[in-house]
Design a binder for this molecule. Sequence first.
Ligand code: ZN
Length: 495
Amino acid sequence: MILNILLIVVVLVFFLAAFLLIRTLMFPRPFTAAEPAELVEVEAEVVAEHLATIIKCETISLLGEATGEGDNPAGRRAFYELQLRLHEMYPRLHATLEQQIFNDFSLLYAWKGKNPELPPAVLMAHVDVVPAAPDSLDQWEYPPFSGAIADGFVWGRGTLDIKSQVIGLMESVETLLKQDYQPERTVYLAFGHDEEIGGQNGCKRMVQWFADNDIRPGVVLDEGSEIADGIVPGAAVPVALVGNAEKGSMVLQLTATTESGHSAFPPRQSSIGVLSQAIAFLEHDQMPAHVNMVLPVFKRVAAAMPFSQQLALANLWLFRGMIQKRLESNPQTNAIIRSTTAPTIIHAGDRPNVLPGTAQAAVNFRIRPGDTIASVCDHVRKVVDDPRVQFEVRENFTWEASPMSETDCTSYRLLERTIQQVFDNVPVAPFLVLGATDARYYRDLCDQVYRFTPVVSTAEDLHRVHGINERIGVEAMGKMVQFYVQLIKSWGEDF
Ligand SMILES: [Zn+2]
């Protein structure tokens, strides 16, 4: 009898193993190499010099002017200086493209196509940067606004975020103009000047101009993601992540109210206790996870993953829970699969012997496509479930998640092909951008909005963004120009 049961178990295990294995072997690993292209020759050192020139302009976003809290003449001068330098470095571009300036500093260039009937392409970047923290200056190998070129890199604030893209794009247009190229469709270069503080006076105004003039772009490309080297868990090769969506954001203000009074005879729970409990509940009961958000990336790189991971991916019916646990254990991957909850501000009380009647907190939710501000609010109400806690959505820092742009369309396929042609056929996968980009303003104007910078980044490089010792390789600048020349030639044509 026991022997029979054992035999049945062995047979079942055998069939299960065979089933898992067959599914793994049959798991599709879509990959086709792009047909090779003859790339333009670029003098990377010259491009690096051009980048260094505008790194020296301290174009830190003009926060005071945006909020109406004060003039910043030195700050403004830096932006004018940058415009002047761009004029000097790219004479053909400035002689040929129509230029408009929004709010003094945001730059929109129109390169008229031969066929005005075609919907235009918009290539974005921004000219503002974040400051370098004063207490970090002694840790920079070269001062953040020196634009030093050393050890094969251009150093300084804005090299990665994202003056490199400004230069890459302008250099490419200048190069194509030298070849007497004119695109079939109109190509816009759109550079905001306040992306780092929300884009309200820059990109938002430019998008308004497109809308007012009834111009609906066929495709938009901004920053937001890159070629990730050693970042995608399990992937043994670099992966080009193309942001086809970005998360939304909501700041919810929580206010707990109880009676104030003397701390010598407190009630069982003070406003501070009530609020803390609400926050603890919210951190404990997170919004639900959606493993499907990362599957497109994993499927693209499955062939370069260890067999055990391929087995798990091919048999999600069995391993979904395990994969979810792995993804949840890392804050970055956790943020891809769910709307996240981050308490960021808390205020209550100002005397040690007085019970405050109110306690307030702000919680920042980052909303994945599929969830909405309303659905997150519903979740909060259900989880907190306490009439002593009131909620209010703050206008500032609150917007819905972007729609997911198509990937089954010509413009995406051309983008994918261009990436593969310039970067040794790396796998390309659509990806959810976790931060906010100016591209979100195009949501009502264009269905094909992508976020991708043609540069290879390691985890260490990502730390340098908004951090210390920001830098980009001289060679990487050359590649960037090759990429944009190729992309403009692809997207510029009629398709
Ligand atoms: Zn940026």
